[in-house]
Ligand binder design. Structure first.
Ligand code: GH3
Ligand code: MG
Ligand code: MG
Ligand code: MG
Length: 313
């Protein structure tokens, strides 16, 4: 039965995780040698809408952890013939897992055991028999913390849109998805026109406000499925899932029109700003993310060369 249970949780099976990262479904790996406890925990956690992968074997849990990228571990300390603390120690040594919450559960609630667990990197310790309601609340708090930390690493501090690091991530995913489904997607690079002049005339803080306003404008006015990233100083990227090049051009033309009609006020002067953009749709499965970015950048260059404030595809 234990064997089947591990198998039922086969990590190679596709995971129904949220396909847009804005609605990421938390994933929890639970390790306990007691199968009935494992089932109890799985049911309770899944009832909260979280995904659970249950393991009786800590070695398998470690092996699968690289693919799963769980948001939380719940680990029994008293594993049959093994020590859950040893698992904890192993995970904690790996930098990749240091910010992933680890909750230890144990029948042995002695001070010594708790101290050992915390010193080895446990984030919480819950005594068996488990009060499921309390466990759910404590797990929920850990997941919130994890999501907050994850967001910090993916979001641009000034404009609050996604950063370049997350772009590489998402672009890679979009390419993989294209290779699987052949559904087209498009990518645009936007660059504010005469931005240096805005800084020089109205000051750096005014330039910052233009960046923040453009980022908000793009997020508000694009479709919810479109994802906005800050690519560099005054450059943004928009990823348009399931969108052809001409559809993306139409969206961008509307965005350019809207943005250029915004009026910025600095002390007693007003000004407006425009951007130029290059757009490219994925056309072949052999294209890599660097190819796509290069092509979009080339189109952007043409937009600048031919007079700015326009979209080139
Ligand atoms: P073009 O129309 O050809 O795009 O010219 P440009 O002046 O917009 O572009 P250029 O690349 O010459 O200058 C970009 C400027 O953006 C230079 C840099 O100081 C400024 N910049 C980069 N990051 C920031 C930022 O975070 N805040 C502000 N205020 N300015 C920034
Ligand atoms: Mg046990
Ligand atoms: Mg630039
Ligand atoms: Mg510029």
């Amino acid at each position: 039965l234990a064997y089947q249970y591990e198998h039922f949780n086969d990590a190679s099976a596709p995971l129904p995780r949220g396909d847009s990262d804005t609605e990421h479904v938390p994933l929890i790996q639970v390790i306990d040698d007691d199968l009935s406890m494992l089932i109890l925990l799985k049911d309770a956690l899944e009832s909260k809408g979280w995904m659970v992968i249950a393991h009786t074997d800590p070695d398998k849990a470690v092996a699968q952890s690289y693919d799963l990228q769980a948001d939380c571990f719940i680990v029994d300390i008293n594993l049959e013939g093994r020590d859950g603390l040893e698992f904890l120690e192993r995970m904690q040594r790996n930098a990749q897992y240091q910010l992933v919450p680890k909750i230890m559960i144990s029948v042995d609630n002695s001070r010594e055991t708790r101290m050992k667990a915390y010193k080895l990197g446990a984030d919480d310790f819950i005594e068996k028999p488990i009060d499921m309601e309390e466990l759910i609340v404590r797990v929920g708090r850990q997941l919130q913390r994890k999501q907050y930390v994850d967001n910090l690493a993916l979001v641009d501090e000034l404009t609050k849109v996604y950063n370049r690091r997350f772009l590489s991530n998402q672009l890679e995913r979009s390419i993989q998805e294209f290779r699987r489904t052949r559904l087209p997607f498009s990518i645009a690079i936007l660059d504010i026109d005469w931005f240096k002049k805005i800084n020089d005339t109205f000051g750096h803080p005014a330039g910052d406000r233009v960046l923040v306003d453009l980022a908000h404008f793009l997020k508000e006015q694009s479709r919810t499925s479109d994802v906005v990233f800050r690519y560099g100083g005054e450059e943004f990227v928009i990823l348009f899932p399931k969108t052809t090049e001409s559809e993306a051009v139409a969206v961008l033309s509307r965005l350019l029109q809207g943005f250029s009609s915004l009026i910025f006020e600095e002390t007693d002067e007003t000004f407006s700003a425009t951007f130029s953009a290059g757009v490219i749709a994925v056309t072949s499965a052999s294209q890599e993310s660097a190819d796509l970015l290069r092509a979009a950048d080339q189109a952007l260059y043409e937009a600048k060369e031919s007079g700015k404030s326009r979209i080139v595809s």
